[in-house]
Design a protein around this ligand. Structure first.
Ligand SMILES: NC(=O)c1ccc[n+]([C@@H]2O[C@H](COP(=O)([O-])OP(=O)(O)OC[C@H]3O[C@@H](n4cnc5c(N)ncnc54)[C@H](O)[C@@H]3O)[C@@H](O)[C@H]2O)c1
Length: 260
């Protein structure tokens, strides 16, 4: 997919990976809508994008992705601002083992509802124009981590949910493709957690020292690669300090996924 002239909706766009993706999309000529529960940072970041690229390039809407009605309402408003949406990035997420029910709502429910809204809007067999849906999982959505087990569970859910959509044999009729972003640790506010947000914070910090921290730009690079590659359906984009490993899953129509 060429990005120039396209449109995108990004959740969790006020900071971190979401903001990095918004900026990169705007730099590539894509009009963007940013949804986030944090209003100040969301408005400021959108204003900076519009200063750089011209008014109307970016729009911010305050939205809590755990509130399905609010998310649906913002999605509809985004459609009225952008016309058709080509790219949806369900990225809002957090680590909060001590408030795990809320974390499940953000990390799973928000992604599920965002994906459903995107599918209904984009699917060609129901009058849409097709598009690409990328959901933020994590490297911890592919491998176990005892340091934050419920978070890991939410990210496995995102990986499995997205891969299941990618294996849908009717996707060609719908004109859709799906992928997940699976970075290791990224240098964002996410990593400035309080100890109670993890089950084993000390051991988690020790692991961080071993695996290293990625700059936001690396996660953005992975996102752009996946979005621009029309053959990427079913990809889990793993991003580590060793590089971007483009793990595409072999799809057999109607028979699910066979890992490479
Ligand atoms: N930073 C990492 O180490 C890392 C690694 C792998 C995956 N991830 C995932 O990347 C995604 C982005 O995280 P980040 O690192 O940029 O962190 P971040 O904290 O910088 O950004 C997360 C954004 O999501 C927003 N958000 C949180 N709850 C929300 C809600 N209910 N409704 C709407 N917006 C909400 C926050 O306000 C924030 O702007 C998350 O899904 C996270 O789980 C992060």
């Amino acid at each position: 997919m060429q990005l120039k002239g396209k449109t995108a909706l990004v959740t969790g766009g006020a900071m971190g990976v979401g903001l990095g993706v918004l900026e990169a999309l705007a730099d590539s000529g894509t009009k963007v809508v940013s949804l986030d529960v944090v209003e100040d940072a969301g408005q400021k970041s959108v204003a900076a994008i519009n200063d750089k690229h011209g008014a109307g390039t970016a729009t911010f809407m305050k939205c809590d992705v755990t509130d399905s009605k609010q998310l649906e309402c913002c999605f509809k408003q985004a459609v009225s601002v952008l016309g058709h949406i080509d790219i949806v990035f369900n990225n809002a997420g957090l680590v909060l083992e001590n408030k795990w029910e809320y974390m499940i709502d953000v990390n799973i429910k928000g992604v599920v509802v965002g994906t459903q809204l995107a599918v209904e809007h984009m699917r060609k067999d129901k009058g849409g124009k097709g598009g690409v849906i990328i959901n933020t999982s994590s490297y911890a959505g592919l491998v176990p981590r005892f340091t934050f087990p419920i978070y890991v569970g939410t990210k496995y859910a995102v990986t499995g949910f997205t891969a299941s959509w990618a294996s849908n044999p009717y996707l060609k009729d719908m004109g859709l493709r799906f992928g997940t972003l699976c970075p290791t640790a990224v240098d964002t506010a996410f990593q400035r957690f309080k100890d109670e947000q993890l089950l084993y914070p000390k051991e988690f910090k020790e692991m961080l020292n071993n695996i290293g921290m990625l700059p936001v730009g690396k996660a953005v690079e992975g996102f752009l690669q996946i979005v621009q590659d029309d053959d990427s359906n079913g990809a889990n984009m793993t991003i580590t300090v060793k590089g971007i490993s483009y793990k595409q899953l072999l799809l057999q129509e109607g028979k699910g996924l066979i890992p490479q």
